[in-house]
Structures are given as structure tokens and as C-alpha cells.
Design a protein around this ligand. Structure first.
Ligand code: CU
Length: 116
């Protein structure tokens, strides 16, 4: 009796592990296929590209190539705070909409992220 119950519980554990593996692999494939990372470069006191459209779930990474800090700030939506020279900051787009943003340090620096 003890050996029988031991046998069946290890069988169940093996089945559970196989199921977890299968679910994990499927989720991994989905995220690789669907979530993209897009880059906006901050260079010459400009966002390049200034206008970008992404899919919900994608992320946008701002990369500061200027030798001084910038921000990517969309009131009520996202705020990178100061991104130092040579650094970057990433935001994941979770909600569809049109997000106008500025650099709070250089108000002539403007951009738009559209999330579909
Ligand atoms: Cu700036």
C-alpha cells in the first residue's frame, strides 16, 4: 500500500511538471512574437523619430546621445525624470492613446507616441 501511493503521487508530480513546462514554453513564444522594443534617440536636442506608433504591450526606450540630460515627460502618462548623458529609459505602453510628450529641460523638444 505505501509503495502504491508513492508511485501514483510521483506520477502526478511528473505530469504536473510537464504541464508547467508546456505552458511556460507557449507563454515565452508569445511574448517574443508580440512585444517589441522601439527606440527613440535624443540627439541634438531633438527626439528621433519625433513621432512613433507602437502596439499595446510594446515598450519604448529613449536613448540619450547628447552630452547633457533630457527627459521624456507626458503629463499624467509617463515621466522618465532626467536621463543622463549616455543613459536610457524604458516605458511599456499598456493603454491605447496618443501621448504627446516633451523634455521638461528643453521645452522645444517635443514628441508623440501613439499606442494602438
Ligand atoms: Cu532635453
Amino acid at each position: 500500500m505505501p509503495s502504491r501511493s508513492r508511485g501514483s503521487s510521483s506520477k502526478a508530480a511528473a505530469a504536473g511538471a510537464a504541464l508547467l513546462l508546456a505552458v511556460g514554453a507557449a507563454a515565452g513564444d508569445l511574448s517574443v512574437a508580440r512585444a517589441a522594443e522601439r527606440t527613440v534617440v535624443m540627439d541634438g536636442v531633438k527626439f528621433e523619430p519625433a513621432t512613433i506608433t507602437v502596439e499595446r504591450g510594446d515598450s519604448v526606450r529613449w536613448v540619450n546621445k547628447d552630452p547633457f540630460p533630457h527627459t521624456a515627460t507626458s503629463r499624467g502618462a509617463f515621466d522618465s525624470k532626467e536621463i543622463a548623458a549616455g543613459k536610457s529609459w524604458k516605458w511599456t505602453a499598456r493603454k491605447p492613446g496618443v501621448y504627446d510628450y516633451v523634455c521638461t529641460l528643453h521645452p522645444t523638444m517635443k514628441g508623440t507616441v501613439t499606442v494602438r
